[in-house]
Write a protein that binds this ligand. Structure first.
Ligand SMILES: [Zn+2]
Length: 347
């Protein structure tokens, strides 16, 4: 997706989200629209205060097994919980305006894709009924904002179901990115969310799988959903990739310990991005062939994985990037963030 704009920012492209049921495969071709936003903002973005080690990591050349000439970087956020202005924590950090500024800078020398792994839209696993209409409208506008920032996919988290299955289905239907839930099924046997999506990041085809823990009480709080064992479903879904994508990434809405169990039980994925709670791993955890990674929640920081380096230099392919308040916000994105009401305080 070479735009021919200067500076060039090449963002991942969603090829097709896929249901676990081949007969229900949905063909979509949605080009991420944020490249234009970022290209427009990048010219005015100030130089970033990137630590030397980070700058070095971002500038590594591609390895011989690919013809790519630029790094292919997957950017992720763990458990956004609806936060887009700042993290709402101490010290304040994060926010989509700062994320946009950083990503625009990164995109000058890398091809990018951006994912989350659930707990994207709402701040808690339940909301007060009186607040629901306002929060649903906020979530709807948040999907538009995240799509404009290039979000390629997220997974279902228990907080995304805070207002019920039907509302999340509605949000997912209208979103310009898939909400993946490979191991969610209704008692009647309907799968409300696609299991996988295939995206291109640089020259790489990347298969994304969304899985949620079966220990988060979703079946208890939602009688219209059954959570299947993640390992069983992952084994099935990995078989459904044909041909196998260049990289397989699990958007793992579960604790680090559960993700480790999953990777041990079902080898085959290259990367698992954690999405639940405080899933930050200070150092990526390698389990078999799968690298587990997670960042601070609420958008305080980004995680980055160089997908070209991933198979051969696993831990070295990853880094965390903080988004301090000193990083200037992209003005256009900041204005859109300002238009969103803040989420209510967490109980
Ligand atoms: Zn969660």
């Amino acid at each position: 997706m070479k735009a021919g704009l200067k500076p060039q920012v090449t963002i991942g492209k969603l090829l097709r989200p896929r249901s676990a049921n081949p007969g229900r495969t949905t063909e979509l071709a949605v080009c991420a629209a944020w490249m234009f936003v970022l290209c427009g903002s990048a010219t005015s973005a100030p130089p970033l205060a990137v630590a030397p080690a980070q700058a070095q990591a971002a500038a590594v050349p591609s390895t011989p097994h690919t013809t790519a000439t630029r790094p292919a970087v997957l950017v992720y956020v763990t458990a956004r919980l609806g936060e887009v202005a700042t993290c709402g924590c101490a010290p304040e950090r994060g926010g989509l305006g700062r994320q946009a500024t950083y990503v625009a800078q990164l995109g000058k020398h890398a091809d990018l894709g951006y994912v989350e792994a659930g707990d994207t839209f709402f701040h808690n696993w339940r909301v007060q009924p009186a607040e629901a209409p306002r929060l649903v409208e906020r979530a709807r506008r948040l999907t538009e904002l995240l799509a404009s920032q290039g979000l390629l996919a997220t997974a279902v988290g228990e907080c995304d179901l805070a207002v019920g299955l039907r509302v999340l289905e509605m949000l997912a239907k209208d979103a310009r990115f898939p909400v993946l839930g490979a191991n969610l099924i209704t008692p009647e046997g309907r799968r409300p969310f696609p299991a996988t999506a295939v995206v291109t990041i640089g020259g790489l085809h990347v298969g994304l799988v969304g899985l949620i823990s079966d220990r988060l009480g979703v079946t208890t709080t939602h009688s219209d959903l059954v959570v299947e064992p993640p390992a069983k479903r992952l084994a099935q879904v990995l078989q459904s990739f044909s041909p196998r994508p260049d990289r397989i990434v699990v958007l793992a809405h579960m604790s680090p310990a559960e993700a480790e169990e999953l990777a041990r039980a079902v080898p085959g994925a290259d990367l698992a991005v954690l999405g639940h709670g405080n899933g930050r791993l200070p150092v990526p955890r390698l389990v078999g062939s799968t690298l587990l990674v997670g960042s601070e929640p609420k958008g305080q920081e980004l995680g980055e994985v160089d997908l070209i380096r991933l198979p051969s230099e696993r831990q070295k392919s990853h880094r965390h990037v903080s988004l301090p308040m000193s990083l200037r916000e992209d003005p256009a994105v900041a204005a859109k963030v300002k238009a969103l009401a803040p989420p209510p305080a967490r109980p």
